[in-house]
Design a protein around this ligand. Sequence first.
Ligand SMILES: Cc1cc2nc3c(=O)[nH]c(=O)nc-3n(C[C@H](O)[C@H](O)[C@H](O)COP(=O)(O)O)c2cc1C
Length: 216
Amino acid sequence: MMTVTFDFAALTPRERYKLLIGAVVPRPIALVTTISRDGIVNAAPFSFFNCLSADPAILALGVEYRPTGPQKDTGRNVRETLAFTVNIVSDAIAEAMNICAVPFEPGIDELAAAGLTARPGAKIPCPWIAESPAAFEYRQHTTLGIGNSREIILGEVIFAHFAANAVDPANHHVDPAALDAIGRMGGHSYSSTRDRFDLPTMSVDDWWKPESNKRR
Ligand SMILES: Cc1cc2nc3c(=O)[nH]c(=O)nc-3n(C[C@H](O)[C@H](O)[C@H](O)COP(=O)(O)O)c2cc1C
């Protein structure tokens, strides 16, 4: 196979961004709800986002950070209150999520603008979004300053809300069809999770039986 190579030291930040967001796909989307010190609710989507550990239950959010000038409300609110909620984005709320990404002035209620319903948090003051199929309440664990343009917020989950049809409380199995999550691709593109297949992880014994490694 012919290859094209890139020395990242020779690229601009924008070029690195385009290569990374185009190839690391699909990325899950966190619609993050926060609250300011003054009690103003904020919502914004983040796809520099993933679950990194289950014990403790830790996720990471990459929030753009400017050493000078206006900060994203999400980063500022987490610094002030040490709490945030991640609302999983289903296909049904894709357009509402996109409204939450509009760079409104601080003080504008994005949830109201997007027609989404805020419900009071159980353990933290940030609301969760009733239309989201799953929402996780987080306490800030650590914030990593990783340079001039990003901070990485690590949060620990302390509470979860699920739509009743999206999880079986007896065995904690989450139904991906009911969740109907979307992912972020490069540019302004998204993917759905409606086309899925199973490929069980194999034991060494399974590996001797080629039929074990068939998609189903
Ligand atoms: C799908 C999607 C994913 C995004 N991911 C990120 C991200 O990972 N980091 C980031 O800083 N901004 C990201 N943005 C942009 C923010 O959502 C946008 O700047 C928003 O206005 C920030 O709002 P805030 O100032 O209320 O926090 C994303 C936007 C969209 C639509």
